[in-house]
Write a protein that binds this ligand. Structure first.
Ligand SMILES: Cc1ncc(COP(=O)(O)O)c(C=O)c1O
Length: 260
């Protein structure tokens, strides 16, 4: 797998940044993850726009023109692979672009709720400070689940540590609103643009009446949820989940001309 650090391309395992970089020492920096289909990134401009928003929020200088050139050079070297592209901008000013293998996910996920309070000062920003998100996933896995579902101390469902949450009631699709201080997920935005979705807060009690639920993210597109804690959803995947996945596959095909 290849990496580019400030435009120098080489094997990822040989790429280096100074250990004094506060991106490493304090998790102070911005990142994005895109999916490459036959080597081409889906929703590239949306990801760069979110990176710009994160950098503005963090007061981190971003030279987008240089980034674009460096990314283009890396993608050219990488060729038509099915994989991920991670972009990281550190407080020390390092521009890291990293090719990663596409992760394998189970066909359906069982999720465990984990209590979580979003960090208000980082609202809407995709920063390197993800230890809490990673720990939530680890705790869920320790309990025998596949994923964590983050829930406020008052019992409102937010999102997963790296994904957005959707559920279906009476055949209609719902997702929590951004005012819940969840990330402005690119996949979520696309689903909202392409299908009828109601943005509504969701409690665990609300979920008891749900017919389906699913995970949405760049790396998985749409992944059905089979269970939330001890609650088994009636269908995984159900018809709305399948339809949404098909809609997203069509959006990818329309944009990139490849079959997702
Ligand atoms: C907290 C959080 N929510 C949602 C998502 C999904 O966002 P996207 O659709 O842009 O991949 C991510 C992605 O990593 C995330 O970190």
């Amino acid at each position: 797998m290849l990496a580019s650090v400030d435009g120098a391309i080489g094997p990822a395992e040989e790429a280096r940044i100074p250990v004094s970089d506060e991106g490493l020492l304090r998790g102070d920096g911005a990142f994005e993850v895109m999916r490459l289909y036959q080597g081409r990134p889906f929703a590239f401009e949306e990801h760069l726009a979110r990176l710009a928003r994160t950098c503005a929020g963090l007061r981190l200088e971003l030279d987008l023109d240089t980034w674009r050139e460096e990314i283009a050079a890396l993608l050219e070297c990488n060729g038509p692979a099915e994989c991920l592209l991670r972009l990281v901008l550190t407080r020390g000013g390092r521009r890291i672009a990293l090719i990663e293998p596409a992760p394998r996910h189970k066909p359906v996920a069982r999720v465990a709720t984990i209590t979580y309070a979003p960090n208000r000062v980082l609202d809407g920003l995709k920063t390197l400070s993800y230890a809490g998100n990673m720990l939530a996933t680890r705790i869920a896995k320790e309990g025998g689940y596949d994923e964590a579902l983050l829930v406020t101390p008052h019992g409102r469902i937010l999102e997963g540590p790296t994904w957005s949450f959707f559920w279906v009631r009476d055949g209609r699709l719902f997702t929590p609103p951004l005012s819940e201080r969840i990330l402005g997920s690119i996949t979520r935005e696309r689903i909202l643009a392409e299908t009828d979705v109601i943005e509504e807060t969701c409690t665990l009690d609300d979920l008891r009446g749900a017919e389906e639920a699913f995970i949405a993210s760049t790396t998985r597109t749409v992944q059905p949820i089979a269970a939330v804690d001890d609650l088994t959803l009636p269908a995984a995947p159900g018809p709305v989940t399948l339809k949404t996945r098909e809609t997203m596959d069509q959006a990818i095909e329309r944009e990139l001309g490849v079959v997702a």
